[in-house]
Design a protein around this ligand. Structure first.
Ligand code: FRU
Length: 446
């Protein structure tokens, strides 16, 4: 029997460990989501690229392995990277991790595919430029002003997080252009950078600042998160100019290594690895006994509105809605035995207090005068743990619950909160209080 934690509308591996989304692209009418994968075990000892394909971004076909670590330059892992299309050919950029006598070497590498099934590696390997350590990985490529650009997550020789920039006229030969961005706020290393425009005067740089232990060269970070900077790419100076301080992309427990792509509707779509589990949490994760671990977030659409970044659930997910119920009373117990559902709460007036418990008290959302607190039961300690953050006001909540995930979009995507949550309850009742006058709660069974 399939286990009760296997998600129904999230990408997750049949076996092994999944981490970062890689090479997101719409190619010949289909969506390709590659991902970091250890297909042998539920740990980080091995990395290749796995692949899922979809026609609608909701249902996915698992294609298994796409790129394997079979060259000297990538034998210790096909690390994260991105994809672009040129003249009907898909080009994939990844980091070849290759250790020599235990010492890390990183090469930015290229593979290509004409049919989306066979991926052929090219010989070239871009070496780490002078001034940076071998923590140089996760190339993201895009086209602008008739040229190809590549940014790579880096660490300066002074051990500060940085991003390097390369330029190419043909996608094959790449020239180093210098440091694209660096700042103390990037900690000791910067993983998984991505940059894109959301309006003609706003570019967004997403990245993961990483604190590293100076003692051991493991890839397990001490503390790191996915953030973004609002600013502008200066293509003459070849630098990113930040206009604001770094902000969190997601306020939840489980969100990292986000990547975006643009689809043929012109939408900028983001997905991320839905985990920030500690080592013990990974080892004890309830899916491990079934031989797999981790998933990606639902893809989200990014928008620039009122000088803010908004992240919205894709409208495609509305096809999952089956039964619809509507509630208008101020407090209500919503009886529910279905693990997969969506709840949309609209507050039509200014509210100071609101609370909802979900999955029969396993999770809760509490709002009090500008502070939002969201909780789950931790599967290692068995205790309730929560995250609290400030929001401008509360006028809408949209909650997506899959078998072991929850994503909460607040105020039409002004803030998002993603988490894994493992409930044993058969009942998935929800109980809300203080909806206020004229508010409405829509409940959709999936
Ligand atoms: C981020 C990361 C990347 C690296 C990959 C290895 O989670 O550490 O920097 O390419 O995972 O799996």
């Amino acid at each position: 029997m399939e286990n009760k934690y296997r998600n129904s509308f999230h990408i997750e591996p049949a076996k092994g460990l999944l981490n970062d989304p890689n090479g997101l692209i719409q190619f010949k009418g289909k969506y390709y989501f590659f991902h970091q994968w250890n297909r042998f075990e539920t740990n980080h000892s091995y990395k290749e690229w796995g692949l899922f394909i979809s026609k609608d971004l909701v249902t996915w076909e698992n294609q298994g392995s796409a790129i394997l670590p079979d060259l000297a330059s990538d034998k210790d892992g096909i690390y994260s990277g991105s994809a672009v299309e040129k003249d009907g050919v898909m080009y994939l950029f990844y980091t070849g991790n290759s250790k020599k006598y235990g010492k890390r070497r990183s090469y930015q590498k290229i593979a290509y595919s004409e049919d989306g099934k066979t991926f052929i590696k090219k010989e070239q390997a871009i070496e780490t430029p002078v001034g940076f350590t071998e923590h140089h990985r996760d190339p993201k490529v895009w086209e602008k002003n008739g040229k190809w650009w590549m940014i790579v997550g880096a660490q300066s020789e002074e051990n500060i997080g940085a991003i390097t920039l390369f330029e190419s006229s043909n996608l094959s030969n790449w020239q180093f252009q210098g440091e694209f961005y660096s700042d103390q706020s990037l900690d000791q290393m910067c993983e998984c950078p991505d940059v894109f425009s959301l309006s003609h005067d706003v570019d967004i740089l997403t990245l993961c600042p990483q604190k590293r232990t100076p003692i051991e060269d493991t890839d397990l970070s001490l503390s790191s998160y996915a953030g973004y900077l609002v600013g502008k790419v200066d293509y003459k100076k070849k630098k990113f100019v930040a206009k604001e301080e770094i902000q969190k992309l997601d306020y939840g427990f489980d969100f990292y290594a986000a990547q975006t792509f643009e689809d043929d509707k012109g939408r900028r779509i983001l997905t991320a690895w839905m985990s920030r589990m500690e080592e013990e949490e990974e080892a004890c994760c309830p899916t491990v006994t079934d031989g797999y671990i981790h998933c990606l977030t639902m893809p989200r659409e990014l928008k620039w509105k009122n000088d803010c970044l908004y992240q919205l659930p894709l409208e495609e997910y509305q096809v999952l809605r089956k039964e619809k119920r509507e509630y208008k009373n101020s407090c209500h117990l919503i009886k529910n035995q279905n693990n997969t559902y969506e709840i949309m709460i609209d507050f039509t007036e200014w509210i100071n207090h609101f609370s909802i418990t979900l999955n029969s008290d396993m999770n809760s959302i509490n709002y009090t005068n500008g502070r939002l607190e969201i909780s789950r039961i931790n599967w290692v300690s068995g205790e309730c743990e929560s995250k609290e953050f400030e929001i401008s006001s509360l006028f809408k909540l949209q909650i997506f619950n899959d078998n072991s995930t929850m994503e909460i979009f607040i105020n039409d995507g002004e803030y998002v909160f993603s988490m894994r949550t493992f409930s044993n309850h058969f009942n998935r009742d929800a109980y809300y209080q203080n909806l206020g006058h004229n508010g409405s709660v829509m409940f959709y069974n999936y």
